[in-house]
Design a binder for this molecule. Structure first.
Ligand SMILES: Cc1cc2nc3c(=O)[nH]c(=O)nc-3n(C[C@H](O)[C@H](O)[C@H](O)COP(=O)(O)OP(=O)(O)OC[C@H]3O[C@@H](n4cnc5c(N)ncnc54)[C@H](O)[C@@H]3O)c2cc1C
Length: 391
């Protein structure tokens, strides 16, 4: 928590960045524009993210932003991870979510909950070359995540895991899965336990890959656990503490989904402004018509408002201050305005907006998931309402 002296000092504007943050933001922006942008359409059509780009994410330190330097990471902040996700998502929201899942839910959970031995074993690999997935959801348990059917049977020195996980981001590329299973179903959610699962563990298999509307380059797969043998030392936290790890990790992760959405909404705005200057109707650029100006101005205002919510939630998290309601608001609002921005961007483009010759068609497909994953909009509203109504 900040000291009272620190709080008494004149606070900075929410969008003010430190010198280091500015440099980091500029580096990621340049990388995204120069090295990812040329492949965005190809990757969307193929439904595959290029391995060489993921390798570059690691080389640039983007997969281990908060991992302490002693483990080969960047020793950076959560806020930096938020900046990276925004910059990548402004070029390709699939790139944004790969880096988001790695940093803000997987690495983040290990940094907070893993034992010194688990950290020493996995954090250096997560910083260097191992993609991670976060496996909570199942076919029968989405919003009601702890109603999961995957079971973990205690066999002394190991657990046997049986069940199926669904919708797991990064699963095709991952070597490591932070996976939740219930080790004591009679105890309900208090049986949920977090396991560190390696792809090579016997009985573990990556199943069907989803053929999606948007975020097509980001893999989303089923995981199959058939007597998957996980050593006891790969339980993270206590047996039965997994629900707490899952909730607290997702509370942070959803700020990064807000960041993915502001990156996407910013892209919708930038493409719309450029097109409004260039496209002529009735003898003048369409940007000279007040009704088009109105749409652009409204989009810009909403992107700025969403950014303030996201940055504030991230700053609160880094300051060790409560941020639960602010994170839910940031994710809820950013995903709502991003969907509006992507839709309006197509309208500003007119007919060409729905063709693949212009980038806004893809943004419109990519944006839909923002209101669904890491807690649907309804679930965010429930969290906010609970904070308002329950003392
Ligand atoms: C592309 C993609 C990537 C994903 N990545 C991951 C991942 O990496 N790891 C992971 O574990 N999961 C992942 N998910 C799963 C995602 O988190 C769930 O899809 C999400 O939580 C919603 O669950 P559901 O799909 O079962 O919908 P449901 O929970 O069945 O919801 C259906 C509808 O009912 C509403 N609803 C449900 N309960 C309530 C309630 N109490 N009050 C009001 N409304 C309610 C919801 O808001 C929604 O509109 C991913 C999903 C997708 C599509």
């Amino acid at each position: 928590m900040p000291t009272s002296e620190q709080l008494e000092a004149a606070p900075l504007p929410l969008t003010a960045l430190s010198g280091e943050e500015k440099m980091f933001q500029a580096t990621v922006r340049k990388f995204a524009r120069e090295e990812i942008r040329p492949y965005v359409r190809e990757m969307d059509e193929a439904g595959l993210f290029r391995k060489d780009l993921i390798k570059k994410f690691f080389e640039m330190g983007l997969m281990g932003i908060e991992i302490p330097e002693q483990f080969g990471g960047q020793g950076g902040t959560f806020f930096q991870a938020i900046l990276a996700v925004e910059e990548l998502s402004a070029v390709d929201p699939s790139a944004g979510v790969i880096v988001d899942v790695q940093n803000t839910i997987c690495n983040n959970a290990l940094i907070r909950w893993a034992t010194p031995e688990q950290k020493a074993k996995y954090l250096p690999r997560l910083a260097e070359n191992m993609v991670a997935s976060y496996a909570l959801s199942e076919a029968g348990s989405g919003s009601d995540a702890f109603a999961m059917a995957t079971r973990a049977e205690d066999r002394g020195d190991h657990f046997l895991l049986n069940g199926r996980k669904l919708w797991i981001t990064n699963a095709a590329e991952a070597g490591f899965y932070l996976l939740f299973a219930n080790a004591n179903p009679e105890a309900g959610y208090r049986g949920v336990t977090a396991f560190l699962v390696e792809r090579e563990f016997p009985g573990f298999q990556v199943g069907k890959k989803e053929d999606k509307l948007g975020l097509r380059a980001s893999s989303t797969c089923e995981l199959i656990l058939d007597n998957c043998r996980v050593p006891r030392e790969n339980v993270m936290g206590e047996v039965g503490q997994g629900y707490k790890i899952a909730i607290e990790t997702l509370n942070e992760g959803r700020i990064a989904i807000g960041s993915q959405m502001i990156g996407l909404a910013r892209a919708a705005l930038e493409h719309s402004v450029a097109y409004a200057k260039e496209r002529k109707q009735f003898g003048k650029p369409i940007g000279e018509f007040q009704m088009v100006q109105y749409e652009l101005a409204r989009m810009a205002t909403e992107v700025e408002a969403a950014r303030l919510l996201v940055y504030n939630a991230a700053r609160l998290r880094d300051a060790g201050m409560p941020f639960l309601m602010e994170a839910a608001m940031a994710k809820y609002y950013s995903s709502e305005i991003a969907e509006k921005a992507a839709s309006k961007a197509i309208e500003v483009h007119g007919g060409v907006g729905i063709t693949k010759d212009y980038p806004v068609e893809k943004l419109y497909r990519d944006v839909k998931i923002g209101r669904i994953y890491e807690g649907t909009s309804n679930i965010q509203l429930l969290t906010i309402a609970k904070k308002l109504l329950v003392k």
